[in-house]
Ligand binder design. Structure first.
Ligand SMILES: Cc1ncc(COP(=O)(O)O)c(C=O)c1O
Length: 424
């Protein structure tokens, strides 16, 4: 497996070993977590397969327990930003593991945490961060900061938004709300108002924050009208509220710039980054202006906001290495160029109704959710990993590593063309 290989299948997907692991998983994992045969079969209206079980990954390739080599066009939910197991990132992790695996959250720190905080400030143009372990952590920290800095509770968020599923941010997530949010509504409070993404804004007086993704990722790669984000920023500031950009998906080069918001001329008060920050290791950051972050006041003892693994040394080392690779290889610019070409090629595929996105966050809209699910499953059987997205599930979402060879993208377009020609 070189990292740039075309699919190489030794067994049907899933193979017998994968099937064995799936059967064991189903005995011991909460059934709501991993989609298995029965649930998908119900959606597709016919029999379907269980997922292949990953055992190794490198670059754009994943190897499963049956020895099949697949191409990961999702970068593992967008996290393997510079490719799975990039050698620089792996060696940074190995070096760090030899000397210091764990420090102590807020209580004791290590030089790598300071270096990472400085580097994040450099690339974001913002002053201070709160580190976390997930995208949800970053959004949680941003909403708490907005509360502390403004003294207000209300948050404006957008229909279709995905900000994570932990209960502190679930109130802001609107994506598939009847399934994901409704059962927990009474745990979530009523401080979040949702309005259409890209549409008119209500009066914002009294709001603490306006929280949004510059392009909605999981919601279906929804790109707002030109100039809309600037209007949102202006209206937010006029009302004395804070602008929180959730760039967990769009940031760090995926959309062709270190920050998509900034490339559109908007510098937020608070910025959330995560996913690819350490190329697949769980670390995230909520980054803010000094004025906003300093509203917390100095820590005088027990930290008001911390975690056991805040600023985890291995994650910091891997994040620094990832950011260096992104910069050295000019990957944000590469994502912009390669993504434009990829989107053009997708537009020519019969059955693709629209293509939208920026850089290597790309959505191909198909006829409906069933077609998109069937296409993603047919692609998987051929060794291509792609996920459906969007409120109706009708968007095939492509978020490959920013290092993906163009030959693999061309081959993916061919595979999609064949799959759509064959039909569901
Ligand atoms: C824009 C955005 N924000 C937040 C999150 C939540 O991140 P995590 O799953 O790491 O908690 C996601 C995850 O997909 C996301 O796309």
């Amino acid at each position: 497996m070189t990292g740039s290989d075309l699919p190489l299948l030794l067994t049907p997907i899933p193979g017998p070993r994968s099937q064995g692991w799936v059967d064991r998983l189903s005995q011991r994992e909460c059934p709501a977590i991993t989609a298995r045969r029965a649930r998908r079969a119900a959606l597709l209206g016919r029999a379907d397969d269980d997922p292949p079980v990953w055992v190794a990954a490198r670059g754009c390739n994943v190897e499963d327990v049956d020895g099949n080599v697949l191409v990961d066009l999702t970068a593992g939910f967008g996290a393997a930003l510079v490719g799975h197991a990039h050698p620089d990132v792996v060696s940074a992790a190995q070096d760090q593991v030899q000397v210091l695996v764990h420090a102590m959250g807020d209580a004791f720190f290590h030089p790598g945490r300071v270096r990472l905080l400085e580097r994040i400030a450099e690339i974001t143009g913002l002053d201070r961060s709160i580190l976390g372990c997930s995208g949800s952590d970053a959004v949680d920290a941003a909403l708490k900061t907005a509360r502390v800095a403004t003294g207000r509770d209300r948050v404006l968020a957008f229909e279709g938004a995905y900000h994570g599923l932990s209960s502190s941010v679930l109130a802001a997530t609107a994506f598939m709300a009847p399934a994901m949010r409704a059962p927990f509504q009474n745990m979530l409070g009523h401080h979040v108002t949702h309005v259409p993404f890209g549409g008119e804004l209500p009066p914002l007086e009294g709001f603490a924050a306006v929280l949004l993704e510059p392009i909605q990722g999981r919601g279906g790669v929804n790109v707002p009208p030109t100039g809309w984000l600037e209007t949102v920023a202006r209206r937010t500031r006029e009302a004395g509220a804070l602008l929180v950009l959730d760039e967990v998906f769009t940031g760090l080069g995926r959309c062709g710039a270190w920050s998509l918001g900034r490339s559109w001329g908007v510098l937020p008060d608070l910025l959330c980054i995560g996913k690819g920050l350490a190329d697949g290791f769980p670390i995230s950051a909520c980054v803010g202006t000094a004025a906003v972050m300093d509203a917390w006041g100095a820590s005088t003892g027990p930290a008001l906001h911390t975690q056991t693994f805040l600023g985890q040394p291995v994650g910091c080392a891997m994040a620094l290495a990832t950011l260096n690779v992104l910069e050295r290889e000019d990957l944000p610019a590469r994502a912009a160029a390669v993504g434009t070409r990829f989107m053009e090629a997708l537009r020519a595929v019969p059955g693709v109704r629209a293509v939208r996105g920026r850089g290597l966050l790309v959505g191909a809209v198909l006829a409906d959710g069933r077609t998109a699910l069937a296409a993603s499953r047919a692609l998987l059987r051929r060794g291509w990993i792609v996920l459906p997205a969007g409120e109706r599930g009708d968007v095939l979402e492509f978020t490959p590593p920013l290092t993906i060879p163009t030959a693999l993208l061309d081959a993916a377009v061919e595979a999609l063309t064949e799959v759509l020609r064959e039909g569901p």
